[in-house]
Design a binder for this molecule. Structure first.
Ligand code: ZN
Length: 171
């Protein structure tokens, strides 16, 4: 398994719309394992393939707390088939926007269908943190970031900060 470099805001790659995966094979499973390893190393609780520069519709999640046994989840071609009307608010962060957190309101429950690591069709009714995490990661597959759900003023501030940091790093 390999830890891959993360794509960081304001890299335009993060705005790409990822393409559906046509075949679940050993190469794809290896990629899923690399994504998990990269996520654990960061550390984070979710990672979409585009965050390591690959515009493919796959994401990984592990919500196990520190000290608990790992619970790796792989979602291939995930699709939200229904969302609840009631909403919940979580403080979100993103491995592509390090050290920035903001409260985001989203549907409290979602039903997501997807293929698992073995390519088998699955469906999950998620609530709580898993519901938020799935929506955050599926947004990535559509080129959407969690800062798109906060006020324009706050978003402009964080983009400006990261653009400045990227420029000073390039010098
Ligand atoms: Zn993210």
């Amino acid at each position: 398994m390999t830890i891959k470099p993360l794509i960081i805001l304001p890299d335009p790659v993060l705005r790409q719309v990822s393409k559906p995966i046509e075949r679940v094979d050993a190469d794809l499973q290896r990629l899923a394992d690399d994504m998990l390893e990269t996520m654990y190393d960061a550390p984070g609780i979710g990672l979409a393939a585009i965050q390591i520069g690959l515009p493919r519709r796959m994401l990984v999640i592990d919500l196990a707390k520190e000290g608990e046994e790992k619970q790796p989840l792989v979602f291939i071609n995930p699709e939200i088939v229904s969302s609840s009307e009631d909403r919940s608010v979580y403080e979100e962060g993103c491995l592509s926007i390090p050290d920035y957190y903001a409260e985001v309101e989203r549907p409290a429950k979602v039903t997501v269908k997807y293929l698992n690591r073995e390519g088998k069709e699955q469906s999950v009714e998620a609530d709580g943190l898993l519901a938020t995490c799935l929506q955050h990661e599926i947004d990535h597959l559509n080129g959407v970031l969690f800062i798109d759900h906060i006020s324009r003023l706050k978003r402009d501030m964080v983009i400006k900060k990261f653009t400045k940091a990227a420029k000073s790093k390039a010098l």
